[in-house]
Write a protein that binds this ligand. Sequence first.
Ligand code: TA6
Length: 286
Amino acid sequence: MPIEQRDKEVILTLPSDESTAVRVLLHGANILSWTIAGKEQLWISEGAVLDGSKAVRGGVPLVFPVFGKANSGPTSTLPQHGFARLSTWEFLGQVSSSPLTVQFGLGPENVSDALRKAWDFDFTLIYTIALGADTLETAMRVENTSKVNWDFQILFHTYFRIPDVDKVEVNGLTGVSVKDKVSKSDYSESNTTVTVTSETDRVYENVNNDILIASAGKPLFDIYRRNVADVVVWNPWVNASKNMGDFCPDDGYKSMICVEAGSVSKWTTLSPGQTWECSEKIKSLL
Ligand code: TA6
């Protein structure tokens, strides 16, 4: 069955290959798994909490309306990364069979009272997920249904599964301006390929190239983005992994890298009735 709706999840299965599938938790509309011919493409913690009590540690968490924590402004009382990944989305159904495409929706009515009070604007999010033979496309349509302007940031917080962090290479970032949250410095990326040798937490701003994730030169994933100009690269490494209670196993950082497409280096303002769209298409080269 191409689309299976369960109590708390929706499963997409390619009719041509039942072992190519996507599993989406309604809590956070969080993609938990993406398999191609039975091979898992994403990383999810063995300690991920899936009961709706907190954000999922892995897969593709959704970040909206704020990336990180804002010190001031309407999002400053929201939890880190906002409420989209903390809310239960509505399954809106299948919109296409080729590629196999479904949609999820979120509005103020789906957000807890506490979180809605923290950011009390009217909005609609329509999240589209399309599964191809070797591709996963995610798209977001943001609408301001308020009577006033509001600002937002947005990001697909994708956890990629990789063979070995010591061999991972992220290509396409040369010359890009970086806000490095570990060294607390700003600089231009001078390396032709970005590798991970310690805790890494960087916002690459306004990235024009497509991104290639490779392992010792062997291509793993191509990432194509539309209207999400920034790319965040994150690996918690040894200590930060240990300090996250839901990050398991402790050495899981060796098998994952977050390469996150987002619009986070500035705020996007929507006026009443205005809509905004973005998408990310990942092609697995495994
Ligand atoms: O996207 C990178 C980042 O902002 C890191 O700073 C780290 O905090 C990571 O997100 C995970 O955040 P979370 O709130 O899911 O623990």
